[in-house]
Design a protein around this ligand. Sequence first.
Ligand SMILES: NC(=O)c1ccc[n+]([C@@H]2O[C@H](COP(=O)([O-])OP(=O)(O)OC[C@H]3O[C@@H](n4cnc5c(N)ncnc54)[C@H](O)[C@@H]3O)[C@@H](O)[C@H]2O)c1
Ligand SMILES: [Zn+2]
Length: 362
Amino acid sequence: VDSKINSETIVAHYSSKQSTITIGHGIFNFLVRLLPYSKWDVIGAIISDRVYLLHRQTIDDSLQEINACIKGYDDTEYNKSYAYAESYFNYLLHNQFSRKSLLIGIGGGVTTDFTGYLASSYMRGIDIVYVPTTLLAMVDASIGGKVAVNIEAGKNIIGHFHQPDYIIVDTGFLTTLPVEEWKCGMSEAVKHAIIGDSSSLNLFLRREVSIGNVNESLYHCVKNSVHFKANIVEQDEFEKNIRSILNYGHTVGHAIESVFHYTLSHGEAVAVGMLVESYISMKMGMPQEDFEMIKELLLYYKLLPDISFSTSDIIDHMQYDKKNIKGTILFVLLEKVGKPVIGQEVPGTLITEALNYYLTMV
Ligand SMILES: NC(=O)c1ccc[n+]([C@@H]2O[C@H](COP(=O)([O-])OP(=O)(O)OC[C@H]3O[C@@H](n4cnc5c(N)ncnc54)[C@H](O)[C@@H]3O)[C@@H](O)[C@H]2O)c1
Ligand SMILES: [Zn+2]
């Protein structure tokens, strides 16, 4: 990569394989130098239609250098489906993709999940490279090897663990990202900061990162966040224990999402979840100043939606969460900021109190 460009490469050593992650601004232009492209017989890029429209020149130039063919993808959650995948499998077969071929997924988390699913299933698994173009895909969806598609009965039900061989995180793509999408990514980056990414926490507390601003601090924040998640996944790739700390804010978050029939963004729902779960943590021993810090961060980045709900609806939904064993609702709580604890049971009355706190606060 050009020495004038700020960039860094890390190699994550997972139990299943290793992933090479390069982070920088403008690095997609140097794709040809980032991938050992001659090792694959056919290379195909599956690209979000919107991203292609916005960044066509850069994408065409870089893909031409590695001789990749291009297939568009209308990246809606509806199209991240098991049913829609079949037409892409047919495309791959018609274009002579073999076990030695490569897929490159370019887009947000919908595109990386979908492309990752194709790669994990086609001929029992082929190589995959991600080029995440939303903040959420950069700090969350492209890291960790979970790939999945939806079926009518539920989201992310069909999938595998399939680690990407390379991840090219180019913050240059974020210059065209809408504010609402920034917030989704910020919510997960703030989550990482609260559960242990202390470098990013400092950037957030100093208000050095702001929504819509692709600056040096944002680059560092993305880099820290990626490092943080990759490090957790290195310790527990298949989510037997410590990886579940990444579900902080998600027990309540998932329930909020489904009670609101997915009309709120995932980031908003998780932000509500983080506030409610921090309130519970405080009542179970976390220092009050840590709670205030978390609350201020979520307010500063305007991540908390002004909503109203029935607390019992939320609690009912939590009982059905696929991550909960036999009706017991388990939480990731905080002993303090930077020290999450998994598998915590909470008295029902406290859950209600915490949800009510949210209702009076917003
Ligand atoms: N695999 C995992 O571990 C994991 C983790 C978290 C989320 N996910 C999945 O990720 C998906 C959500 O990802 P997302 O939030 O990135 O959503 P997304 O992929 O739908 O992208 C959001 C919107 O931004 C557009 N977009 C993408 N890049 C852009 C850019 N650079 N400029 C302008 N617009 C751009 C997209 O076209 C889309 O309309 C969900 O399906 C979720 O299940 C997976
Ligand atoms: Zn999430």
